[in-house]
Write a protein that binds this ligand. Structure first.
Ligand code: HPA
Ligand code: ZN
Length: 338
């Protein structure tokens, strides 16, 4: 098989498993919502906002990301945010999505949980009706806040549990190890939710062990630091734990100096269940096709490897078995033609 072009990668049926819905807020929509809600921004225009998106680490990014999220106020704002991402997903032939949302970023500003989840879910439902894009929704706890605040958030989510498939853990990783949240993850599991967590993005391989052993997660978000620990690599390969990688994010946040140093394809060749995702596309310079294309440009991704990366997303997603089979057929048919 030959080297995949951008167009081939764009048409490849894809799944997105690591995507923060607040991280899809494009500067254009940010300005529109700021005007709609009479909120002042620290930028005069879109170009100035984009110019500010230079980060040395995760915290630099999070500071800007939380500030920008303040323009999201009404149910319609959350709808518009999500609808824009769904349209982009449709353009890029993403057929199933599992977005994260961060309720605490909004409830702490006096926005109700119902406002946030209703707007997001109305757009997700419309996306399935209009484009056939299926979805699961993941509620993340902010790890820089306390576990008791996470438990309060789980309580707020209780009336909406039929809309939520899983819980996750995001925000500042260093000094906030997974075990800080073992109780709330156990409560979430008792409520029938699936479990995922960010681990091993900036934090050490030990945080991946902790997410597996103390939180009992089914997927690790990022997990690039796994390669530091041979025993962990064996465990991840044997248990087929999906690692939801985000190449452009890792370079933007200086987890890797450059894309050519990214270890995703090395991990793939070792037999780790890595897949490709965009994390916070409006801040990191691209959506899922751009992430695949970076691997093609800088790491000589082959079509066979691109196929395996999507295969890993199918295996690791929370869609029903019937839906997984449908997506498998889409992928297999595409590879026969392409
Ligand atoms: N890491 C941790 N928390 C986040 C991220 C990320 O890449 N994006 C949004 N919240
Ligand atoms: Zn993330």
């Amino acid at each position: 098989m030959s080297k995949p072009s951008y167009d081939w990668l764009n048409k490849l049926p894809k799944i997105e498993l690591h995507l923060h819905i607040e991280g899809t807020l494009e500067p254009e929509l940010m300005f529109e919502l700021a005007q709609r809600n009479a909120i002042s921004l620290p930028y005069n225009n879109v170009e100035e906002a984009k110019a500010a998106y230079q980060f040395n680490n995760l915290q630099d990014f999070l500071n800007i990301y939380y500030q920008s999220a303040q323009v999201l106020q009404s149910e319609q704002d959350f709808y518009d945010l999500t609808w824009a991402y769904i349209n982009k997903s449709h353009e890029q032939n993403v057929v199933h999505i599992e977005p994260f949302f961060d309720p605490q970023t909004h409830t702490s500003r006096g926005i109700s949980f119902a406002t946030v989840i209703s707007g997001i879910c109305r757009a997700l439902e419309d996306g399935e009706k209009e484009f056939g894009i299926t979805y699961c929704l993941i509620m993340c706890f902010l790890r820089h806040l306390s576990e008791s605040e996470a438990i309060e958030t789980l309580e707020l989510a209780k009336p909406h549990l039929e809309k939520i498939d899983a819980v996750g853990l995001d925000s500042s990783e260093l000094n906030h190890p997974p075990e800080k949240f073992s109780q709330v993850f156990s409560l979430a599991k008792e409520s029938g939710l699936k479990l995922v967590a960010h681990a091993g993005e900036e934090g050490p391989a030990g945080y991946i062990w902790s997410a597996l052993d103390n939180l009992a997660v089914e997927r690790i978000d990022h997990g690039v630091r796994a390669l530091d620990d041979t025993e962990l690599v064996v465990r991840l390969i044997e248990s087929k734990i999906p690692l939801t990688m985000c190449p452009l994010s890792n370079v933007k946040l200086k987890v890797f100096e450059s894309m050519s140093e990214h270890t995703i394809l090395k991990m793939l060749e070792l037999g780790l269940s890595v897949c490709v995702n965009s994390d916070d596309p409006s801040y990191f310079g691209g959506y899922i096709t751009e992430n695949f294309n970076e691997l093609s440009q800088h790491l000589s991704l082959s079509k066979k490897q691109a196929n395996q990366l999507v295969q890993n997303s199918i295996n690791g997603c929370f869609a029903s078995e019937i839906r997984k089979k449908e997506i498998q057929v889409l992928l297999d048919d595409y590879l026969i033609i392409g």
